[in-house]
Each structure stands twice: as C-alpha cells, then as structure tokens.
Design a protein around this ligand. Structure first.
Ligand SMILES: Nc1ncnc2c1ncn2[C@@H]1O[C@H](COP(=O)(O)OP(=O)(O)OP(=O)(O)O)[C@@H](O)[C@H]1O
Ligand SMILES: [Mg+2]
Length: 227
C-alpha cells in the first residue's frame, strides 16, 4: 500500500526521508527522517551549517538523487517508483535550477544560454528575449557571460531556469558569490517569481538576507530539520 502525503496541495513534500552516502565504515548519514513541504507561491529558505545536508535535500527534491528511504511527492505525485526516464521528464517539465556559480556556457551569449534550456524543453527559442526581459536583462541579450556582472550572470541563470515556465524553482546558494546589492536584487526577483506567479521556490542559503526576505525559514542540522 503506497504512503499518502499529509499535504496534498504541496508543490513538494517529503516524509521520513533518509540518505546515506557510501556503506560500511565510511557510510555518512546526510539526511535522517526529514519531513518537509513547500507550497506554490511560497519562498522557503533552507538554512544550516556546512555539511548539514542542505544540498543533499535539494538534490532529492529536484529528483537528481534518490533517497535511501522515505517518500517524495512532486505536486502530489509519489516518485519513489518512477523509472529514471519519467523522473528526468518530470524534472525537465516541472523544475528549474539555479546554482551559486551560475553554470553558464562562456562561449554563448545570454540569449543563447537561455535557448539551450528552451531547446531541451522543446520550447520556442524566441521565448529567450522575453525571459531575459523578465529578469531585467532585455538590453543584454547578446552579451557573453564575461561581459556581465555577477548579478547579471545570476539573472541570466534565473531566466534559463524559467525556460518552459516550471512551477518549482530550486536554488543552491544563489547569492553566495554576489555583493549585497546584487544579492538583494536576486532574492527580490525570486520572491516576485513566487508571489506574483505562484511558483514554489526553495533556496538553500547561508545568507541572512535571504532568510529575512523568505516567507519561511527551515533549519537543518546533522541531517535533521529543527524548525
Ligand atoms: N557524494 C558524497 N559522498 C559521500 N558523502 C557526501 C557526498 N555528498 C555529501 N556528502 C556528505 O553528506 C553530508 C551533507 O552534505 P551536503 O553537501 O548535503 O551539505 P550542505 O549542507 O549542502 O553543506 P555546504 O553548506 O557546505 O554546501 C556531509 O557530511 C558531506 O560530507
Ligand atoms: Mg551545499
């Protein structure tokens, strides 16, 4: 009998999630009984010390890693038994990812970086201009990453994450490489994307600015949620 989720309206939910890397004497328990939920329209900041399990949890929420035990629901759908191919399709269609180091292709312009994601998702490549305008970069379409500031690069990465209009955004330390003005602009943008467009946004961060602006802060220590 499959488990049922406690919060059927959640964008993402987990129950009893555990993750052990390796085995035997070198095994590391990265997550230990994590019950977690985030709703559409909500910005959730996941905070905790280095090594506490933040990236591991984000990777499981993003269907990039399977847990050792426990269940994950994506928009109410249990994914434990989904084959890898279906999981990949779910990730592509329903999720966008943002990373600390932007992960842009240096030899491609801002527009081309966004087009790579549109192509992967089978969307119209002409959408790139609109997405870059949405993040305030309508005048930087043809700039290469080296011609952009850190904050602008991160906004290109957010535009890329928005390709295909995913309802779930997952960000791992998106402001860690930015000064306070650019960091705040990126967090404000993520908040707008949640509040005005109803996306669920999970932001892993050490940055108190993100915690201050998020709708909810969840703390993790030693693989366990503590609030
Ligand atoms: N691929 C791996 N193999 C073995 N252990 C790992 C692996 N990835 C992470 N770990 C361990 O799992 C635990 C959680 O790591 P994780 O990367 O999730 O932490 P984090 O909270 O994101 O840390 P940071 O803030 O430094 O990014 C740590 O003890 C880490 O050493
Ligand atoms: Mg991490």
């Amino acid at each position: 009998m499959p488990q049922t989720n406690a919060h059927p309206g959640s964008a993402l939910e987990t129950c009893g999630l555990s993750l052990v890397y390796g085995s035997g004497e070198t095994a590391v328990t990265a997550l230990d009984g994590v019950d977690f939920a985030v709703s559409a329209g909500e910005v959730l900041a996941l905070m905790g010390p280095s090594g506490s399990g933040k990236t591991s949890l984000l990777m499981i929420l993003g269907c990039l890693l399977r847990p050792s035990s426990g269940e994950v629901w994506v928009e109410g759908r249990a994914i434990a038994n989904l084959p890898d191919r279906d999981l990949g399709r779910l990730r592509l269609q329903r999720m966008g990812f943002i990373f600390q180091s932007y992960n842009l292709f240096p030899a491609l312009t801002a527009a081309e970086n966004v087009q790579v994601a549109l192509e992967l998702k089978g969307r119209d490549l002409n959408d790139a201009a609109g997405l870059l305008e949405r993040v305030g970069l309508g005048k930087r379409l043809h700039n290469f990453p080296r011609q952009l500031s850190g904050g602008e690069k991160q906004r290109v990465a957010i535009a890329r994450a928005l390709a295909g209009d995913p309802p779930i955004l997952l960000a791992d330390e998106p402001t860690a490489a930015l000064d306070s003005t650019n960091g705040r602009a990126v967090v404000n943008l993520l908040c707008e994307l949640a509040h005005e467009q109803g996306r669920a946004v999970v932001v892993v961060t050490h940055d108190p600015r993100v915690g201050d602006l998020a709708d909810r802060v969840v703390r993790i220590e030693d693989g366990r949620l503590c609030s």
